[in-house]
Write a protein that binds this ligand. Structure first.
Ligand SMILES: O=C(O)CCc1cccc(O)c1
Length: 502
């Protein structure tokens, strides 16, 4: 008979029910990992925070089977224009309106509460995933077997404890889990107060446009972002001598908005001063405690990449956790989490800071290495996706650490749906594999030109005969010849593959 006083056991406890925590919970749910999400607040925070995500994020939402639920809640972003104080275009960051190699559009705008509802709704599919709201974690004690998590149920003041193999802090900028890890923060130097104003238009205002706008007026830089439906956001710099509370008062807010809208046009949903930081935690892991999302890194918003970085953390981390918990992989697999993700997120934060420099000073050439400004023409900005940092990628091989594309299957479907959240070996023909090499025995799926014609084209384009792609869709390694293919398959030890879900 079970000892009634024994605490409940989970494989993973996630602290924080924001988009990063709940995406992670869905990924772990997919892999059969027993997961508990503990959230301090009662229900979805009803005000918007993040407003933009990219094609890679949508691919993660596809992986957890929620892209179709999320897509109707989004609008496509045509991009962002940087204008000088006289309205002349300095920098053009238009986005193609076609599908990218990820199989999705490059840029989506959304209302965060809608996204959170879809992600939280998705948890109901996993009987082994539990969400507890109004549960405030206050203590984490690690021993060699796991972590003891103590929390207060804020609805009745009752203290409870559970045990877990791992605790992931998706608990935001002021993370409690980070405090228990004892991590300091590397400061990348950008800390600015901005007034963030969300409004609901009372009537259509097509003249405001669909592009996001950066008003690079050194006197008072400002950002405009078109949201979904009638939602619009302005972010306006707070000047050095201004008081954060006073500048957020309705009269002052309307004064600042007056060049674009008046109270006849819109109602203010929220106006609050935020300090945008650029920091990265020095330690993302201490044994069984890990960080993901804003607890690990914070960026100025100018690239719209803050939440995206956290979703990437979740996609990188979940398959590694499940390989350890369900596949018997060694725990040092988790050492590759920070080493891979930190340089990647750092590159995005540094670019966002440089963009912030453009917005503040108009100094395009100083701010960006994006090409020379042509006479009377804006510089075009193209943002390249960074590479994964050092970790599992077989770095001396082509494409290692890059994202692999998603292919259209012969039956019209999408390759990620066939592959799932698993490793896959891309080969021109399954016959390429000698009988002694059997990746499927190691739980690795195989996708060939027979399944999707694009596979062969892509391999030829890069001069390779095979590519091993991880569950988070990053290329782990490739092969240019049979010897390299042998090496690639040998690298897929049972310690790092993800077993099929129960
Ligand atoms: O790329 C877009 O359309 C919006 C990105 C964004 C979101 C929020 C603030 C900001 O400065 C940029």
């Amino acid at each position: 008979m079970q000892d009634k006083s024994a605490p409940e056991e989970f494989d993973v406890v996630i602290v924080g029910r924001g988009p990063v925590g709940v995406t992670l919970a869905n990924l772990l749910g997919l892999r059969g990992v027993r997961t508990l999400v503990l959230e301090r607040e009662a229900r979805t925070y009803h005000l918007p925070r993040a407003v933009h995500f990219d094609d890679e994020c949508m691919r993660v939402f596809q992986t957890i089977g929620l892209a179709e639920a999320i897509l109707p809640q989004t609008i496509l972003s045509p991009g962002m224009l940087f204008l000088d104080a006289d309205g002349r275009m300095l920098l053009d960051w238009s986005r193609p309106q076609t599908l990218t190699p990820m199989g999705w559009n490059l840029s989506y705008r959304f209302h965060q509460p809608d996204l959170e509802d879809a992600l939280i709704g998705g948890l109901a599919r996993w009987p082994h995933v539990t969400l507890r709201n109004r549960c405030d974690v206050f203590a984490l004690d690690q021993d060699e077997h796991g972590v003891r998590i103590r929390y207060e149920d804020l609805s009745n003041g009752r203290l409870s404890e559970v045990r877990a193999g791992y605790v992931i802090g998706c608990d935001g900028a002021r993370s409690l889990v980070r405090r228990f890890i004892g991590s300091g923060m590397d400061d990348l130097g950008f800390h600015e107060r901005w007034l963030v104003i969300d409004v609901l238009l009372k009537r259509e205002r097509d003249d405001l446009g669909d592009y996001s706008l950066q008003h690079c007026d050194p006197r008072r830089p400002a950002t405009y972002v078109r949201g979904t439906g009638r939602r619009r956001r302005w972010e306006i710099t707070v000047l050095a001598d201004e008081d954060s509370q006073e500048v957020a008062q309705p009269a002052k807010v309307w004064e600042l908005l007056s060049r674009w809208i008046t109270p006849d046009d819109a109602a203010i949903e929220r106006a609050a001063v935020y300090t945008f930081h650029s920091v990265i935690a020095q330690r993302w892991r201490s044994a069984r405690l890990l960080l993901a999302g804003d607890s690990a890194h914070q960026t100025p918003p100018f690239l719209g990449q803050g939440m995206c970085a956290g979703i990437r953390d979740a996609a990188n981390l979940a398959w590694k956790l499940s390989a350890i918990i369900r596949g018997g992989a060694a725990a040092d697999l988790l050492d590759t989490y920070q080493s891979e993700r930190q340089p990647h997120v750092r590159e995005f934060i540094e670019l966002a800071i440089r963009l912030g420099g453009v917005i503040n000073t108009k100094a395009i050439e100083a701010g960006l290495a994006a090409g020379k400004a042509r006479e009377n023409a804006p510089v075009r900005l193209e943002v390249k996706k960074p590479l994964l940092g050092p970790g599992l990628a077989l770095g001396d091989l082509p494409l290692a650490g890059h994202l692999a594309p998603q292919f259209i299957l012969s039956d019209g479907g999408r390759s990620d749906d066939q592959i799932g959240y698993s490793h896959v070996l891309l080969v021109a023909s399954a016959a390429t594999l000698s009988s002694s090499l059997n990746p499927s025995q190691a739980g690795i799926k195989i996708l060939s030109s027979d399944d999707a014609e694009g596979v062969g084209h892509w391999l030829r384009e890069h001069g390779i005969i095979a590519a091993l792609v991880r569950p988070d869709r990053y290329v782990r390694g490739t092969a240019r010849n049979d010897a390299e293919l042998d090496r690639l398959i040998a690298a897929i030890t049972p310690s790092t593959h993800v077993p099929s879900a129960a």
